[in-house]
Design a protein around this ligand. Structure first.
Ligand SMILES: Nc1ncnc2c1ncn2[C@@H]1O[C@H](COP(=O)(O)OP(=O)(O)O)[C@@H](O)[C@H]1O
Ligand SMILES: [Mg+2]
Length: 214
């Protein structure tokens, strides 16, 4: 299955979420390929650090920031892998559009801050455009960098009603240092020591919901 983690907004946790989904899937024994659609290549950097530290399983990663290349490479190579996770990068890029044309599922991380919620209008338009060209693109929003307390998470989820292209997956991954640290070392959250059990539980429910949803 092909999953894109995408949002035209930067800094919402696309790379962090894509790495966690991909590494957890590889730890579950699947052959996973990460396609980094962002020319900054941060997913690839993290997975290179993983490989150089000798962690197994290794997770293959390629960077294609150009939409036409991303599309043709994924079409040519998709049968070699159980799952492909595309980190689509920020902005309304050709890579993001190509990823939407290829994917079974789009996961849209957003944080419970007004500017992030309003910015969902952009990705909603791209989802509508992709759906006008073909059926079968499921699009789910998840809260990332969520608060551990207060009412902002709930308000942000209520505001999602303005974007009917997006379905809320009822997942909140909170802002936790362990999550940032793990991704920076090319590790899934459950591989990081010392273990942060709350972070592990949140990312595990994200993983279960995402892979159960298709
Ligand atoms: N759940 C989280 N908890 C703590 N830090 C996070 C979390 N998600 C993302 N971050 C941090 O936020 C910043 C942006 O995340 P990143 O995954 O690079 O976003 P994007 O790929 O959307 O630009 C990074 O410094 C990352 O470590
Ligand atoms: Mg990124």
């Amino acid at each position: 299955m092909i999953i894109t983690v995408g949002n035209t907004k930067g800094g919402v946790g696309k790379t962090t979420i894509a790495l966690n989904l991909a590494i957890a899937r590889a730890l579950a024994g699947k052959d996973v390929w990460v396609v980094d659609g962002d020319r900054q290549g941060t997913a690839q950097t993290a997975l290179t650090i993983r490989a150089e530290s000798g962690r197994t399983p290794m997770v293959a990663c390629s960077v294609y920031s150009d939409g036409a290349t991303l599309r043709s490479q994924v079409q040519q190579q998709k049968d070699k892998y159980d799952d492909i996770v595309i980190d689509a990068g920020g902005r309304d890029s050709t890579a993001l559009r190509a990823a939407l044309a290829l994917s079974d599922l789009l996961v849209v991380p957003f944080s419970p801050r007004s500017l992030d919620v309003w910015a969902l209008a952009d990705i909603s338009n791209l989802i509508a455009e992709a759906r006008s060209m073909r059926d079968g693109l499921r699009a789910v929003a998840i809260l990332n960098n969520a608060d551990t307390q207060g009412s902002d998470n709930k308000e942000a989820v209520e505001a999602l009603a303005d974007y009917p292209e997006l379905e809320f997956l009822d997942i909140a991954v909170c802002r936790r240092k362990a999550i940032a640290n793990a991704a920076g070392q090319g590790l899934a959250i459950k591989e990081l020591a010392p273990k942060d059990q709350k972070a592990i539980a949140e990312v595990e429910s994200l993983y279960n919901r995402v892979f159960a949803s298709i």
